[in-house]
Design a protein around this ligand. Sequence first.
Ligand SMILES: [Zn+2]
Length: 288
Amino acid sequence: MTAMIEDIDRDVFVQVQTDLLVVGDSIMTDRHHASNGNYEDNDPQNQIGGIIPAFSLSGWLRHGMEKVVQEREGTACHPGESNANFRKDDVYSRDIEAGYHPKGDCVEDGNEGCVIHDLFGGFGNQPGKIMRRPIKFSPVRSSVDYTRGQAEGHYRRINRNVVSRNQEDNREPLRNAELDAVGNLDGSWHLSYREVKPEFVALLAEAIEFLDAHKTDFMHQLGGARNFGGGIVDCELVNPLYEEHELRRVFDRGKGNTNKMDDKDEKWREEYLSEFKTELVERIEGGP
Ligand SMILES: [Zn+2]
């Protein structure tokens, strides 16, 4: 049965769709190339692409994975450093009680560590075993390569005028806030395992399912502007058994699944995923 894992490629893809994504001020755009100095924020003709860095995506995924571990009665590595100052913090001790163990405690005394530690890495130079890539987006659908973790998305700069609420001020603007946003994002997020293990694949599948089911929960929205409906993400793990032309088909609105894809979906659910989930349960139960 463990041979099944050999059918799983290191590269996996998650389909992500959201109406509005605001990633702090960290969306990188190629505006300066595209506009030749004449860029107008509000011009619908602007053809600006860019990159959504992996930081927010990674945090969002990690949080989903932590939840999956906790729902199975395991504890997850705390994402923060457990230094002396931080340990004093109420938030930290509250977190520890709510299903976390201090970061890195699980690898002390030569233990293999929890599955979260394994995937996201620990202190210093220790990389996690799942590489989270940025998503490159473009407004021109025909130039989006979904097999390379790209997405269709429309860059917008949102200007928010914060006005005075004092009557006698006559709604005088107090300050102007600019937000980088991507509208109508639709594409694929490319993740690569540095090492493929059954429990890694099961955890990713379950976390993506969890995040999709909880997409309107504040805690599980992605990026900023969540109070204003930003970051509500529809997400789905693309069947890892698909070949490249089938992966491409997932993102083609005009085309549905082939019979072969449907067969693979069944095979994935009934055989692969259920086997991998068994290994995930064992790992969490044996775990810290
Ligand atoms: Zn841990």
